[in-house]
Design a protein around this ligand. Structure first.
Ligand code: ZN
Ligand code: ZN
Ligand code: ZN
Length: 329
């Protein structure tokens, strides 16, 4: 029987309907146990001639704003303005003003960010923080989002691993809802709703996917998608652009752990990786808590989702967490 769940932060409504997963054409094999599809043939070339993100093809992207290189001088990460931006920094503030950048995450043609390993991923996480820090200091910019569309079904137009940063002169509406809920909770309970949620989840254990020293990953009570995960820091902080240097490596290790677990249960699964962080002011310092949301794109979002704002998830977050933990048990 489907069960209605209500998200404890923003009140999102989700039907958990596990019996739907058995229907033959609905949600594919990944939900019911994993497929063997691998996107990267073992003989894939290191770079591809027609890929604008591969080393050697830099001429096909705008000039880099920032480049991170290894000891030999080979770039490992390039930040370039989006060639087809939704917003532009040279527009008047009342127009489509803002920043839209692409973070190219490897010089070689990799399709899965877990292939980078912990050190290279840590360098990328540092770039995420530094780009937000850069935009936070620009006049007129109020808020930023780091996101990754991995796989065509998650909205990626190029397969080569990359993320995007956007910075805008308003508060992004999805985060605005979380900020309002967090303010209300703080007003009545005197504590952060995310710190409270994480403590409860770690105590209960059934939705815990991974628990490191400084970070934990849980499946949310009311997930939109099978294997949806939230990564939270155990110490309270509202703004990701203020992340300390020594917090970067353990965060990258946690992110890698979560994404490797997703690959293990649903190989090649498309997903969106979303960083929710407070606006670039200190108004929400006590009540809001930055976090990453990993949202796989396995279940199709159709009329009920788009027209009614209610999601149907064919896998319970408790069963999802059990499968994601599987190799630990
Ligand atoms: Zn490439
Ligand atoms: Zn908190
Ligand atoms: Zn969020």
């Amino acid at each position: 029987m489907p069960e209605l769940r209500i998200d404890p932060i923003i009140g999102r409504r989700v039907y958990i309907a596990e019996d739907r997963a058995g229907r033959p054409s609905d949600y594919g094999a990944a939900v019911s146990g994993g497929s063997s599809a691998s996107e990267t043939p073992p003989t894939a070339p290191a770079v591809r001639g027609n890929c604008p993100f591969c080393a050697g093809n830099e001429i096909h992207t705008p000039v880099a704003e920032l480049t991170v290189s290894d000891a030999s001088g080979q770039w490992q990460c390039r930040v370039v303005p989006n060639k087809y931006p939704a917003v532009r920094i040279d527009r008047p503030i009342e127009g489509a003003f803002g920043a839209h950048e692409v973070i190219i995450e490897s010089p070689e043609h990799l399709l899965d960010v877990t292939r980078l390993g912990p050190e290279r991923l840590a360098a990328i996480v540092r770039v995420y923080r530094d780009r937000l820090r850069h935009w936070a200091a620009q006049p007129g910019i109020r808020h930023g989002l780091v996101f990754k569309n991995s796989g065509c079904d998650a909205g990626a137009s190029l397969e080569h691993i990359h993320s995007q940063v956007t910075a805008v002169p308003f508060v992004l509406p999805v985060v605005e809802r979380e900020l309002a809920a967090a303010e209300r909770f703080y007003g009545s309970q005197g504590t952060c709703i995310f710190c409270d949620l994480l403590q409860r989840e770690l105590a209960a254990g059934q939705r815990v996917v991974a628990n490191h020293d400084a970070y934990a990953v849980v499946t949310p009570h009311a997930p939109r998608q099978p294997y949806e995960m939230w990564l939270l820091s155990k110490t309270h902080a509202a703004r990701f652009d203020q992340l300390a240097d020594d917090a970067i490596e353990p965060l990258a290790a946690m992110l890698l752990d979560a994404l490797e677990r997703l690959q293990a249960v649903a190989p090649g699964c498309p997903y969106n990786l979303l960083l929710h962080t407070a606006p670039f002011d200190d108004e929400h310092a006590a009540s809001y808590h930055w976090h990453w949301e990993i949202v796989p794109r396995l279940a199709h979002e159709a009329g009920l989702e788009w027209g009614g704002g209610v999601h149907i998830c064919p896998l319970s977050p408790e069963n999802a967490a059990r499968r994601l933990r599987r190799n630990d048990e």
